[in-house]
Write a protein that binds this ligand. Structure first.
Ligand SMILES: *Cc1c(COP(=O)(O)O)cnc(C)c1O
Length: 368
């Protein structure tokens, strides 16, 4: 059996009504900051539970514009997690700030107990990454940030509708950044991103920054960016957004099924699943003994398993100038050696999951 990783061909197999919406939209010519975008922003704010949502052209820009609007700039240090997708770090670097890493824990998020150690006088913000659909422990991070008067931009790109104590990812910090990239849980047909906040002044700044700093057609108030969310993508988002909760729930159900079965296999360790967390499984990851051999075995059995990521971002050559070295973040390093990701999406069938479970079982029966 072939178990694919990408479900995009399935996701948009039956969307005649969306094509109809697009057909009606295109002749309006309302392509730039159009009405469907405003609609999408209202729906998104409501979905997450914030006052405001501001569409931008990527999750990367959602982080970048947030930091910029909060006054972070050249030479400022920004704390983030030692294992994240490159975009988090790219966003920090783009405004001339310096990423300063904090190791993660077995939830794949920043180990908050190490944050105070990393704060210096140059620290100007914290970007916790709610990686894989987990959440950074915001209950512990918030008081530390408050004490040091550091704003927080949550990188919630992988954790839409993830929560701790029922409080959603993106609602804890000064702002929350989401990606609408095709590979994210709520996806459009192109790049896209959106920022949520309860801070009206921040929301106003973000609206300026995403649109060249234009207050109106003739008034440039600040120098900004061209970073609008395409209205045509908002039409796609408006069609999909009502499914977001179901998508999250289906992933949670799939992960529970995997957990229940994979837990029994010696050689597999399930990461902690704290009861007060709602983990939305953008990625489903377990720890595996003989990981490289297991990965090869799965690939040979036609299962598209993956590693997120084989080299933690802090050790990538693009960051060599920061002078980190292997061993600086031992948990991120250990994860790079032991993690494996299996497909967990809303379009995965029970038969496909069973095949994954059987294949992993078979591997440890035969190899170990
Ligand atoms: C996808 C992602 C981003 C950036 O999103 P883009 O929309 O691709 O720019 C940022 N951080 C994390 C953790 C992501 O997974």
């Amino acid at each position: 059996m072939h178990v694919r990783y990408s479900y995009l061909p399935q996701q948009f197999e039956n969307c005649d009504d969306l094509w109809e919406n697009l057909k009606q939209f295109v002749p309006t010519g309302d392509f730039t900051l159009g009405k469907p975008l405003q609609e999408f922003e209202e729906k998104f704010a409501q979905l997450i539970g914030t006052e405001f949502a501001i569409g931008v052209n990527s999750g990367t820009d959602a982080i970048k514009l947030s930091l910029k609007a909060l006054g972070v700039g050249f030479g400022d240090e920004v704390l983030t997690a030692a294992n994240t997708f490159v975009a988090t770090v790219g966003a920090i670097a783009e405004i001339g700030a310096i990423p300063v890493f904090v190791d993660c824990d077995d939830t794949f998020c920043m180990d908050v107990s190490q944050v105070e150690n990393a704060i210096t006088e140059r620290t100007k913000a914290i970007v916790p990454v709610h990686f894989t659909g987990y959440m950074t422990d915001m209950r512990q991070l918030l008081p530390i940030a408050q004490q040091h008067q550091l704003p927080i931009v949550e990188d919630a790109c992988q954790s839409i509708l993830g929560a701790i104590d029922g409080k959603n990812a993106g609602t804890w910090g000064n702002s929350g950044a989401f990606s609408l990239h095709p590979l994210k849980n709520l996806n459009v047909w192109s790049d896209g991103g959106i920022i949520v906040t309860d801070d009206e002044e921040l929301a106003e700044k973000l609206k300026l920054l995403r649109n060249h700093g234009l207050r109106d057609r003739d008034t440039v108030e600040v120098l900004g960016y061209n970073s609008r969310l395409d209205t045509i993508q908002a039409v796609v988002g408006n069609w999909l957004i009502s499914q977001t909760e179901d998508i999250a729930q289906k992933r949670i159900d799939n992960a529970r099924y995997y957990d229940e079965h994979l837990r029994k296999i010696p050689g597999i360790e399930i990461p902690p699943r704290p009861a007060d967390y709602r983990i939305v499984y953008h990625l489903y990851i377990v720890f595996a003994e003989h990981r490289d051999r297991l990965l090869d075995y799965c690939l040979a059995q036609d299962i598209e398993a993956k590693i997120h990521y084989p080299t933690p971002i802090y050790r990538q050559s693009a960051l060599a100038h920061l002078q980190y070295k292997e061993g600086d973040f031992p948990v991120a390093d250990r994860h790079a050696q032991t993690i494996i990701s299996f497909p967990c999406d809303q379009h995965l069938s029970q038969a496909e999951m069973n095949y994954v479970i059987e294949t992993v079982t078979e591997f440890y029966n035969s190899e170990v």
